[in-house]
Design a protein around this ligand. Structure first.
Ligand SMILES: Cc1cc2nc3c(=O)[nH]c(=O)nc-3n(C[C@H](O)[C@H](O)[C@H](O)COP(=O)(O)OP(=O)(O)OC[C@H]3O[C@@H](n4cnc5c(N)ncnc54)[C@H](O)[C@@H]3O)c2cc1C
Length: 301
């Protein structure tokens, strides 16, 4: 697997599950001049067009105190249930989505099964084994080589849950997947989630910019979730940094930030069509979208 990545990418591949990647980001940010506030909840914001500021109300959840932070810009990276997107009232386009999925975090030492088939992500479809409707196919993904795994289970199409599977049922299905009864399995967590296909038609208003899952949620194929979120942050950060450092004329600011939006939204279409295999539509959508998005984003300023 790594061999293929190396062939097609100019970068060295590294595979880090999010529980290992995110502490790296926080560590870097906290030691490079960023104030990282934990236990602090965004409540609401008020934008002042006259002052060119945004007053953000936040709540310290330990001391239960509410206070305000005055900012030049506010970035809404608060995930799929974004309050910032909600307050801004950004319009969302929702596609059909992929229905229900389960993530089961397990402790199970599978090192001996990796000898001949090393891979951080495996597809498992056992056509010769009877399956329950709630657990048709699945994707074990390494969290810690090779003794901790997150197994994503997909039910059969059209499945409607009446009662969630019991721990014994999960155990049985996981053992079927592993196919080796001598492996000791411990279930650490069971989470149910929806495969979303949602994006905001507009990413910002005034001095508030939204990014990441707050404005686009992808099906898991292609691993576009975190990747696109990180690209959003990188793209927005260098452009805002140029504005703050005064490297751009005031009259030019809007255009530079505007390009963030246009690129972002076009890239979104691109990823979107890739994820959902609608390649035939993408060229037409991109060329039409370019004009549409350009016009739409221009109206924001
Ligand atoms: C089961 C599963 C598997 C996935 N696998 C992959 C994968 O293999 N590859 C991939 O690239 N992506 C994957 N993704 C997608 C990826 O996890 C997301 O796209 C990514 O984490 C989104 O990052 P984000 O920073 O935009 O949002 P989040 O990671 O959701 O972060 C938002 C943060 O904002 C905080 N927050 C929310 N509301 C408030 C508030 N009011 N005040 C203060 N803080 C708030 C939340 O606590 C959270 O810390 C997967 C997602 C799921 C569910």
């Amino acid at each position: 697997m790594q061999g293929r990545w190396r062939e097609v990418s100019p970068c060295d591949p590294i595979d880090l599950p999010q529980n290992k990647l995110e502490p790296q980001f926080i560590n870097y940010a906290a030691t490079h001049g960023f104030l990282c506030r934990f236990n602090t909840e965004f409540v609401s914001f008020t934008e002042s067009h006259t002052n060119g500021t945004v007053d953000v109300t936040v709540k310290d959840t330990v001391f239960q105190q509410t206070f305000k932070i005055r900012c030049k810009f506010l970035f809404g990276a608060d995930g799929a249930r974004s309050r910032i997107v909600n307050q801004l009232g950004l319009p969302l386009t929702k596609d059909q989505g992929g229905g229900l999925a389960w993530s089961i975090l397990v402790k199970a030492d599978l090192a001996h099964l990796m000898d001949s088939r090393k891979g951080s992500l495996h597809w498992i479809y056992q056509h010769d084994v009877g399956h329950p409707d709630w657990g048709w196919i699945g994707f074990p993904r390494t969290v810690n080589e090779w003794d901790e795994w997150l197994i994503i289970f997909l039910p059969v199409p059209g499945y409607k849950m009446i009662t969630p599977p019991s721990t014994d049922e999960w155990m049985k299905r996981i053992n079927q997947f592993i196919g080796d009864d001598s492996v000791k399995v411990e279930i650490l967590d069971v989470a149910k989630w929806q495969i979303n296909e949602i994006y905001a038609n507009q990413y910002s208003k005034g001095r508030i910019f939204c990014l990441g899952d707050a404005v686009h949620r992808h099906p898991p194929a292609n691993g576009l979730g975190s990747n696109t979120c990180i690209q959003d942050a990188f793209n927005l950060a260098w452009k805002i940094s140029y504005v703050l450092k005064g490297k751009l004329q005031v009259s030019f600011h809007e255009d530079v930030i505007l390009t963030f939006l246009v690129h972002q939204e076009l890239r979104e279409w691109n990823c979107w069509t890739r994820t959902t295999q609608r390649d035939s539509l993408s060229a037409e959508r991109l060329s039409n979208g370019k004009l549409d998005f350009h016009c739409r984003t221009r109206q924001m300023f």
